[in-house]
Write a protein that binds this ligand. Structure first.
Ligand SMILES: CC(=O)Nc1ccn([C@H]2C[C@H](O)[C@@H](CO)O2)c(=O)n1
Length: 106
């Protein structure tokens, strides 16, 4: 089972401070399971910077993104939709991955 996930390095500080607690991914990353512990790397350089535990993973459509999701991403809803559209220009079906930061090594 794949136990790694990458994030753009611009989100590292928000993840480490606990301000960002979800991520929206396309279905190519729908294989994660609730309870799974993941090593978190930067997308750009592959540097390990955190460990997280998945709380839940559920399907979501682009038009269902709302203010609560934006808050969990520590950005405005407009910014969240813009980021998702930049990363996935043609996708409408996603998975919502809710996670918590863990300190213990895995
Ligand atoms: C780096 C990589 O492989 N893929 C992604 C995909 C998404 N994110 C972030 C951007 C937003 O905060 C949410 C919404 O998709 O998740 C990311 O850092 N890296």
């Amino acid at each position: 089972m794949k136990n790694k996930i990458t994030f753009f390095s611009r989100f590292e500080a928000d993840i480490l401070s606990g301000k960002k607690t979800i991520t929206i991914r396309d279905k190519s990353e729908a294989y994660f399971l609730a309870g799974q512990q993941l090593c978190v790397f930067t997308h750009e350089t592959g540097r390990l910077f955190a460990h997280i535990r998945i709380i839940s993973i559920s399907p979501i459509r682009f038009e269902q993104l709302n203010e609560q999701h934006a808050q969990q991403e520590n950005m405005s809803l407009h910014a969240l939709k813009q980021v998702v559209r930049e990363i996935y220009p043609f996708e409408n079906e996603f998975v919502l991955i809710e996670f918590e930061l863990i300190n213990e090594p895995i």
